[in-house]
Design a protein around this ligand. Structure first.
Ligand SMILES: N[C@@H](CCC(=O)N[C@@H](CS)C(=O)NCC(=O)O)C(=O)O
Length: 384
């Protein structure tokens, strides 16, 4: 058993492990990271999860948790301090939007920079993937890693990464890095002096792939050094950062937001809006075609358990190109958390959120609901 510690099964180069690890470090809970090649993980833990995936956390009480958001929710509900849930209602909506944006929308971009530039970073990637393979002679490990790499590189077409859209994707990333860098020149975390789910969600793509892999790592360090520094800060066990003496370690008072965060929200809504609307349309079409859409029905085109299920292919106009990819119902599930937080607002908080959304271009996106809610049960998405 875990003996008073959390266990995090992960690998250093995993996108979602980067989110969970950073959270555990900042939270200051005792945890031990164990490689995904661990025989206990493969033989006993994965069967409990239901399919092969990392990261997985086991709590000191023995509960097995999957999905980084579920892991954070679980620990945040049981361990009060330091509290990473912002006190302000509008702050909470904003944090949920950026968690969903980082954890879902930016996945194809992170995968692009890892796999489209594979030939320039082959030894690094191969060495990293080899770490996740059970012990064997080094050369054999590297060779086995190649098979795993081919599988992950093969995800690009389903993620919409094709030659035709790469220039638009890269341009969109430069735009995002610019607003993030400006923000992190002035603030240690997205919502001010304390990390929140917004930071953890954004760490998913921005750490393991975009900061750590050689090609995107060079790009980030040379064009957005303050974003790179934030990825380092997010993996230190203190909240108050020496780069910002006197800034304090709190969220802004009175539900305020750092001014530079508005530009980040604006970029997030503009970049993600068309794709999320296409995901919602695709989900509603798939739902309408189901003979028996009972609650609990798995959200998947083929009913097979998958980490990233889809319910059909989508095509939509985006930044002057046509984006074609598998739909991402997980994005809808995740964004619905922000919508639920927004629905809970009343009075002046609701008015302040409406004004913020109008200023940042998020009104339409926040209003688009699927015909049925999507839930997570037994580590897969199901109809609510
Ligand atoms: N929504 C999940 C996603 C986890 C995920 O995609 N993990 C990747 C590694 S970073 C994985 O295990 N992928 C295996 C696969 O897609 O088959 C979470 O937040 O934990």
């Amino acid at each position: 058993m875990a003996g008073g510690h959390y266990i995090l099964w992960a690998t250093p180069h995993s996108l979602y492990a980067g989110k969970a690890r950073s959270y555990l470090i900042k939270k200051g809970v005792p945890y031990r990271e164990v490689s995904a090649s661990d025989p206990e993980f493969l033989g006993q833990v994965i069967p409990q999860v239901g399919h092969m995936v990392i990261p997985v956390v086991r709590t000191p009480e023995g509960e097995v948790l999957q999905d980084t958001t579920a892991i954070i929710d679980h620990i945040e509900a049981r361990t009060a301090a330091p509290d990473f849930v912002p006190p302000g209602p509008v702050q909470r909506v904003v944090a949920a939007v950026l968690d969903a944006f980082g954890s879902n929308y930016l996945l194809p971009l992170a995968m692009h920079y890892r796999w489209s530039y594979r030939d320039q970073q082959e030894l690094f990637l191969r060495t990293e993937f080899a770490r996740a393979i059970p012990p064997m002679p080094h050369e054999q490990r590297l060779e086995t890693a190649g098979k795993l790499m081919t599988r992950f590189a093969g995800f690009l077409p389903n993620l919409g990464v094709t030659e035709a859209v790469i220039p638009a994707m890269e341009e969109s990333y430069a735009e995002l890095l610019a607003v993030l860098d400006k923000h992190f020149q002035q603030h240690p975390y997205l919502l001010g002096g304390r990390p929140s789910i917004a930071d953890f969600g954004m760490m998913a793509p921005l750490y393991a792939h975009l900061a750590r892999d050689p090609v995107p790592g060079l790009l980030m360090k040379t064009t957005a050094p303050n974003v790179f520094r934030w990825t380092e800060r997010m993996n230190t066990g203190v909240i108050e950062d020496p780069d910002f003496p006197g800034y304090g370690a709190d969220f802004p008072a009175d539900d305020a937001l750092p001014e530079t965060l508005e530009a980040i929200l604006q970029v997030a809504f503009a970049q993600w809006g068309p794709g999320l609307a296409a995901d919602a349309d695709c989900f509603d079409r798939w739902l309408a075609g189901l003979p028996d859409p009972a609650p609990g029905h798995m959200v998947s085109h083929n009913g097979v358990r998958q980490v990233h299920p889809h319910v059909g292919r989508i095509s939509y106009a985006w930044r002057g190109v046509t984006m074609e990819r598998g739909s991402q119902p997980h994005s809808l599930w995740h964004f619905a958390r922000a919508q639920a937080a927004a629905d809970a607002l009343a009075g002046t908080a609701a008015t302040r959120l409406a004004d913020l959304l109008a200023r940042t271009g998020g009104t339409t996106m926040m209003a688009r609901r699927t015909a049925r809610p999507i839930m997570r049960e037994n580590n897969v998405l199901v109809l609510g």
